[in-house]
Design a protein around this ligand. Structure first.
Ligand SMILES: C[S@@+](CC[C@H](N)C(=O)[O-])C[C@H]1O[C@@H](n2cnc3c(N)ncnc32)[C@H](O)[C@@H]1O
Length: 218
């Protein structure tokens, strides 16, 4: 059955998906497979892995926001270095009242993202083809996935953080032991059912910006 793995993992981990979302995820998967063969979009091109490691993984942001106390409804997000649309597009599919700007520096990936936006009829998504360092905007939250060095991520997005955005970094199980003296940082770890990987999120903001944080800040 279509999207069996995505449905199973979302069910096990309390993420609600409607039929209208599943239709869009199905079309997303087709486009990813078609374009992924032509341009170097992602090394993951089989159904199960796309559903688990891209779609489900991107949606885990919803769980992290919940733990953190951030209501994503109606908010403005910027997906930094969006690549093939992760995590921005899966979140845009389920958060129809929130806006998502996908910033990507590589032209051919931007062409894919534009096509995806049109085919999935995502009126809450915009694509900005430039380096994040040159992108300006006021956002509630910046999203970054597959980031090696959180310090570098902060450096690249400093101009947007100073305008009041939170930065949410999707991390694997490896602990971030570094320091970000000018920022407040909260780690959110998720225990997941049905998968053999862990997800940790770093949520970072400048000390002056309003934040739902009340405890466990460092
Ligand atoms: C490691 S990939 C991650 C892609 C996607 N976010 C994901 O999780 O699958 C990083 C992406 O960021 C883009 N990128 C790298 N430096 C960038 C910059 N300074 N501004 C915008 N995009 C950038 C790359 O072209 C690439 O698509």
């Amino acid at each position: 059955m279509a999207l069996e793995r995505l449905k199973e993992l979302c069910f096990l981990n309390g993420i609600e998906l409607k039929d209208e979302h599943l239709e869009k995820f199905e079309r997303y998967k087709e486009l990813l497979k078609k374009w992924g063969r032509k341009i170097n979009l992602t090394s993951i091109l089989n159904d199960r892995e796309i559903e688990e490691k891209h779609f489900f993984d991107s949606l885990l942001g919803l769980k992290a926001f919940e733990v953190y106390g951030f209501n994503p409804e109606g908010k403005s997000f910027c997906d930094v270095g969006s690549g093939a649309g992760f995590p921005g597009v899966p979140l845009a599919i389920v958060l129809k009242n929130s806006t998502f700007t996908l910033v990507e520096s590589r032209h051919k990936k931007c062409v894919f993202l534009e096509q995806l936006r049109r085919e999935l009829r995502l009126s809450n998504v915009k694509v900005s083809c430039c380096r994040i360092e040159e992108h300006e905007g006021d956002y509630d939250m910046l999203l970054m996935r597959a980031v090696k060095d959180p310090k570098n991520a902060v450096k690249m997005t400093e101009h947007l953080l100073k305008r009041g955005a939170l930065l949410c970094i999707y991390r694997g199980k490896e602990e971030f032991k570094g320091e970000l003296p000018e920022y407040k940082l909260r780690k959110v770890s998720l225990e997941l059912a049905g998968v053999n990987f862990k997800r940790q999120f770093l949520i970072i903001h400048p000390p002056f910006s309003t934040s739902p944080l009340s405890k466990e800040e460092s």
